[in-house]
Design a protein around this ligand. Structure first.
Ligand SMILES: Nc1ncnc2c1ncn2[C@@H]1O[C@H](COP(=O)(O)OP(=O)(O)OP(=O)(O)O)[C@@H](O)[C@H]1O
Length: 269
């Protein structure tokens, strides 16, 4: 369904994503995992057309997302759902209006029809009856579920989830992971999930992609990732602080930085 070809995204002198080829399979759940700063969110934003790559192409079917007229890009993005890392609910709107927002924005449906659709989506996430609550009155887990209902509002063909379980207790995280899995399978939806949550990622995904320093270092079904002997993959799966994946990404010597030696980053005085 979506294919990234030689994708790179450079911010200043950081290669957030570097020379990456990726194929998102139709109807499958793809988990993109990797350490902090490895480029997962950037890759997700490139694949969903939210970010323009520095090099490369994103093919959506046989159309290039990076070279699409704005009107067509808008149409394509209507067929995609997005659940952002911090839920991104609109704080001035209650739960009902947040979930109804895409339907109000993109359709001419009668309010009665919208009300029915919102009730169905809220039932799906176990929050029917909470329509009048404001985002500030929701727990983190409830906010994620509202964001999930909103991402599903237009019955998208593909949904991008950015850290859907971050900051949640294990039970709420389990609820969200199950929702992603069951909804994807029931609706034959294509899902792309960026997550730090190794066990959830391996449990719900059909296909796993592991990133390090902007590049894909392993890909395949969960079992092949579990059985990988690549030291970087093992370190990530086991959550070991020591190994080939360094804790610090600094490229300059610490001592040089502290002593303000030439060629190093100067601290502001
Ligand atoms: N808008 C931006 N401007 C400048 N640098 C950015 C921007 N977005 C990302 N980066 C840099 O690109 C690199 C990859 O960031 P990205 O958010 O894609 O990683 P990530 O794997 O999703 O990290 P995390 O798991 O911590 O959210 C990081 O070094 C980050 O600082």
């Amino acid at each position: 369904m979506i294919r990234g070809e030689n994708l790179s995204k450079r911010y200043g002198d950081v290669d957030a994503v570097a020379s990456t080829d990726i194929h998102i399979k139709t109807g499958a759940i793809t988990a993109i995992m990797g350490g902090s700063g490895s480029g997962k969110t950037t890759l997700l934003r490139l694949l969903s057309g939210l970010e323009i790559p520095t090099t490369g192409h994103v093919w959506y079917g046989d159309e290039d997302l990076c070279d699409m007229p704005d009107k067509r890009l808008y149409e394509v993005r209507e067929s995609m759902g997005m659940l952002f890392q911090y839920s991104a609910l609109l704080n001035s709107l209650n739960v009902y209006d947040n979930v109804a927002f895409p339907l109000h924005e993109h359709t001419d449906l009668d309010e009665d029809v919208i009300r029915t659709m919102v009730a169905m989506k809220l039932e799906q996430v176990g929050l029917r009856g909470f329509e009048n609550l404001m985002p500030s009155e929701l727990s983190g887990g409830m906010a994620k579920r509202v964001a999930f209902a909103r991402a599903m509002a237009m019955d998208p063909r593909i949904v991008f989830f950015d850290e859907p379980t971050s900051g949640l207790d294990p039970i709420s995280a389990g609820v969200i992971s199950t929702l992603i899995h069951d909804t994807s399978k029931m609706n034959r939806m294509t899902s792309v999930v960026v997550t730090h949550d190794v066990s959830a990622g391996l449990a719900i995904a059909d296909h796993v992609i592991l990133m390090w320093q902007g590049r894909i270092i392993a890909k395949g079904p969960p079992d092949s990732i579990r059985e990988s002997t690549d030291e970087r993959v093992c370190q990530f799966l086991e959550g070991r602080p020591d190994g080939p994946i360094p804790f610090s990404r600094s490229t300059t010597s610490y001592i040089d930085d502290l002593t303000h030696r030439p060629g190093t980053v100067r601290l502001e005085s």
